[in-house]
Design a protein around this ligand. Structure first.
Ligand code: XIL
Length: 359
């Protein structure tokens, strides 16, 4: 039986550290109790709250402070992807991911590793490689064994395969891995990962499969088949890159529930909420409602174990990036903290939902 990341998250050193300020505060009567951070409220609800982090942003002290105060899980935004870890055949570069791992450990944060197999961020030596099936399986095996071997015991969860399903849900998308290995590349990646680190929780991660869509059905069918045949999988990541007003709580909750009935965990892995043009108070309020609905759908299901946002503060969101022709908006503010690290209505909405649910 694979180890499950049980919803109760009780980390003794963290609790001890958390009690110290209260012990001190008892003597200094004028110091008001600080408002609980998201990570405290998440812990009361037995879930993790996480953020994707780009290692360069750790140099920004304000960013650093908000990240460690508010979140107890960290996802490397890019640093654990194939093209960062093994840019040349057999030559690994762990330096950037190591920085994130060290930060997470120093701040009692779990790490949600992202990702081992994806059709993007593939170095040319793989994407253009003319490998036979056996050679490609060897490349996949060696990458997974090297990475999971190094981070064994430090990275609790891995997105083993990312975005393998076609948007229509009609089958697997065409990728270099599928071309070289065949449709079973997905399950082979899970089998290698389980061999490499039997304690890691292994996730399949994708977008547009949050609610009960055709793509969600295709993902469900795939993971159900894996469970039936004993392919080692522990959970499904719902990316959750939403557009304003796009969160359907009831439908997402139904999807999380049916995955739970298969014995699988679910994590909200990449939440952000975009909109066109400049923000207004009404837009930010609607965004807060989207965040609240999604958190609600998670809390309603005991198999939903984490809620991760794709970034900490709006200033660094990928959605303002220059390489995102399809939904790039330089004015977008999709996250919980604004450009100046101030909490937004969406932050308050999560505080309210988590507080109410814990009570
Ligand atoms: C994105 C990063 O945020 C960008 O910095 C990078 O340029 C491209 O990848 N789904 C995923 C993530 O699974 O890995 C993507 O991250 C966002 C969409």
């Amino acid at each position: 039986m694979l180890r499950k990341l049980s919803r109760p998250l009780l980390c003794i050193p963290f609790i001890a550290a958390a009690l110290i300020p209260f012990a001190l505060a008892a003597n200094a009567q004028s110091t008001p109790d600080p408002a609980p951070a998201l990570r405290d409220l998440a812990e009361q609800n037995h879930i993790h709250i996480g953020a994707a982090v780009y290692s360069d942003h750790l140099l920004d002290p304000q960013f650093n402070q908000v990240l460690s105060r508010e979140f107890n899980m960290l996802t490397p935004e890019n640093e654990a992807k194939f093209c960062w870890l093994q840019p040349n055949e057999g030559k690994f570069d762990f330096s950037k991911f190591d920085q994130l791992v060290a930060f997470a450990q120093a701040n009692n944060m779990e790490i949600h590793g992202h990702n081992l197999v994806w059709h993007q961020c593939l170095p040319d030596w793989v994407a253009q490689g003319k490998f036979t099936r056996d050679q490609a399986l060897q490349v996949l095996h060696d990458h997974i064994f090297t990475v999971l071997g190094r981070y064994r015991g430090r990275v609790a969860i891995w997105d083993v395969v990312n975005e393998a399903m076609s948007d229509s849900g009609s089958g697997l998308r065409d990728t270099p891995w599928r071309d070289m290995i065949g449709d079973d590349y997905v399950e082979m990646a899970f089998r290698f990962a389980h061999e490499a680190d039997p304690d890691a929780l292994l996730f399949y991660n994708d977008y547009s499969g949050e609610a009960m869509t055709g793509k969600a059905n295709a993902i469900y069918d795939m993971v159900q088949d894996f469970v039936k045949r004993g392919v080692p999988i522990n959970g499904v990541g719902l990316q959750s890159h939403f557009t304003l007003g796009g969160v359907n709580e009831a439908s997402i909750s139904q999807n999380i529930k049916r995955l739970g009935a298969l014995g699988l965990q679910v994590q909200i892995t990449e939440m952000d909420d975009r909109f066109d043009g400049a923000p207004t108070p009404a837009i930010l309020q609607e965004q807060a409602n989207d965040y609240a609905q999604l958190m609600q759908a998670c809390l309603e299901n005991s198999n939903c174990t984490a809620f991760i946002t794709w970034g900490v503060s709006d200033n660094y969101t990928w959605l303002r990036g220059t390489n995102l022709g399809f939904f790039k908006n330089p004015l977008v503010e999709p996250l919980l903290f604004d450009d100046h690290y101030q909490p937004k209505p969406a932050y308050q909405a999560l505080v309210d939902v988590l507080t109410k649910h814990a009570g």
